[in-house]
Ligand binder design. Structure first.
Ligand code: NAD
Length: 479
């Protein structure tokens, strides 16, 4: 049985309660983890609070050195971590390996930035008082990191890497269905020399463990990634203690394909953007608006890519797309597709559970493309969190931009065109935290990432994230 990490120790829930973790490709139990309650969670928060004074006062260069060594220990065991991630999440082993590597990358990136002095404040002359003004930046304190199941390791790294690098201590709550690789990473970081209490992992239900993290006054900052509905609840609960909150929530990213686009490039990037991680990504192409004059050619290309994708268990090295994460996820995608078809949409690729012995016990669903779906259908108004791509024909860029913005979400977006004036309009007019031009929808570590509208607020990645894990203090020094 895997155990939680509290104050550098492996611990169970005081009650002895446990939860099963299942393999999405087979439904089999992979392992069990403790099912913590509020008192267990408080112990982890107290440990993080006790570790904060020393960790925050450790000079940046030394902190960075410790984090680099912890990341090196992770790097030695990437294959173990990837195997665990595939067994609990379902994604192909190749993708799990990339995700585990990106975890280590992120720890190193923020350690490197801190070692290089990226956390500098500023000096402001104050001539009126003949005084010197300074702006200094301080860590906030205990950070609560609440993580979903779709990219458990990178979404954790996005929070804990900058948080720990600037001197905060952390309590992580992984999703109940994906705690195993997270626990393993924390064990490896401890083995690599991370001091006790700096990184704590508590497993248990969101409404219990997550709620305690959000309400406990010792936690000063919440980094949350998850559904928009949960995020709103987090913001409401965190308001009582006026906590700092970053919310990375749902999305329904529009991709616009113009009549002058490189159609092969557009089809390739749209297919990757929709079907990567079996479509279970926040940043993912979830709606396509294609100019009518080239729509047939473009749809043919996307359909042929969708049909070529090889489905399989994540442990099958040749699999390009694994199962959906849970039965509920698959049922949701099937319901959204049924709604689209019932309103008049036509399925042009996929649309079924794949047949065959290897698919019988897992939550597999074919890469699916649906066209001629009328406005108002669920695929246009809701987030589709699976391999389901609706494509709509539009007259021109004005119509495409209007439709792209007809969503409550504002996470990512993309445009495919050879005309920079069209690209410029997308950059200026699409209401989203990211616009890719002729590029695949991948979040880059170097660029700030975060949504607008109901996709949340605050930034992860880039140097900008450092502003969300520090507080600024003004200082006046009289001559
Ligand atoms: P979710 O909201 O169900 O759960 C996210 C986390 O919150 C889990 O750890 C869960 O246990 C916890 N939680 C649940 N209820 C809680 C409560 N009342 N208080 C505190 N914590 C609680 O989301 P999910 O289904 O795990 O993830 C999928 C969603 O996440 C999708 O909507 C997706 O778009 C979004 N997402 C967003 C981003 C982004 O960066 N914007 C990235 C990945 C996923």
């Amino acid at each position: 049985m895997a155990q939680m990490i509290v104050n550098g120790e492996r611990v169970n829930a005081a009650s002895g309660a446990t939860m099963d973790v299942r393999n999405p490709a087979t439904g089999e139990v992979v392992d069990t983890v403790p099912k913590a309650d509020a008192a267990d969670t408080r112990r982890a928060i107290d440990a993080a609070a006790a570790a904060f004074p020393e960790w925050s006062k450790t000079v940046g260069h030394k902190r960075a050195h410790i984090l680099m060594q912890a990341a090196a220990c992770v790097r030695e065991r990437l294959d173990d971590v990837a195997r665990l991630l595939t067994s609990e999440q379902g994604k192909p082993i190749r993708d799990s390996k990339i995700e585990a590597e990106r975890f280590a990358d992120n720890i190193e990136i923020y350690a490197g930035l801190i070692a290089g002095g990226a956390l500098s404040g500023k000096h402001v002359p104050l001539p009126a008082q003949k005084a010197m003004g300074l702006v200094v930046r301080r860590p906030i304190g205990v950070v609560g990191a609440i993580i979903p199941w779709n990219f458990p390791l990178t979404l954790m790294a996005n929070k804990i890497a900058p948080a720990m690098a600037v001197g905060n201590t952390v309590v992580v709550k992984p999703a109940s269905t994906t705690p195993l690789a997270t626990i393993r990473l924390a064990e490896l970081m401890l083995e690599g020399g991370l001091p006790a209490g700096v990184l704590n992992i508590v497993t248990g239900p969101g409404a219990v463990v997550g709620d305690e993290i959000i309400r406990n006054p010792l936690v000063r900052k919440i980094g949350f990634t998850g559904e928009t509905g949960t995020g709103k609840q987090v913001a409401r609960s965190a308001a009582d203690e006026l906590k700092h909150v970053t919310l990375e929530l749902g999305g329904s990213d529009a991709a616009i394909v113009c009549d002058d686009a490189d159609l092969d490039l557009a089809a390739k990037n749209v297919a990757i953007g929709r079907f990567f991680n079996a479509g279970q990504a926040c940043l993912a192409v979830k709606r396509v608006y294609v100019f009518d004059s080239i729509a047939d050619e473009f749809i043919d290309r996307v359909v042929s890519r969708a049909r070529r994708l090889k489905l399989g268990s994540g442990t099958d090295a040749s699999a390009q797309m694994g199962p959906l994460h849970t039965e509920k996820q698959r049922a949701e995608i099937e319901a959204q597709l049924a709604d689209a078809v019932q309103r008049g949409g036509t399925v042009v690729a996929g649309g079924q559970r794949p047949r065959g012995k290897e698919f019988e016990r897992g939550y597999f669903f074919e890469p699916t493309v649906v066209v001629d779906v009328p406005e108002g259908a669920r695929v246009w108004t809701e987030e589709t969190f699976g391999p389901l791509l609706p494509i709509m024909r539009v007259k021109d860029l004005d119509e495409a931009l209007r439709k792209a913005n007809e969503s409550e979400f504002g996470l990512g977006s993309s445009i495919f065109t050879r005309d920079m004036t069209k690209a410029q309009r997308a950059i200026d007019e699409i209401e989203a935290g990211y616009t890719w031009v002729n590029a695949v929808q991948i979040a880059h570590d170097e660029l700030p990432f975060g949504g607008t509208k109901h996709s949340g607020y605050g930034k992860e990645h880039g140097t900008e994230v450092l502003d969300y894990y520090t507080e600024q203090k003004s200082v006046v020094v009289a001559a």
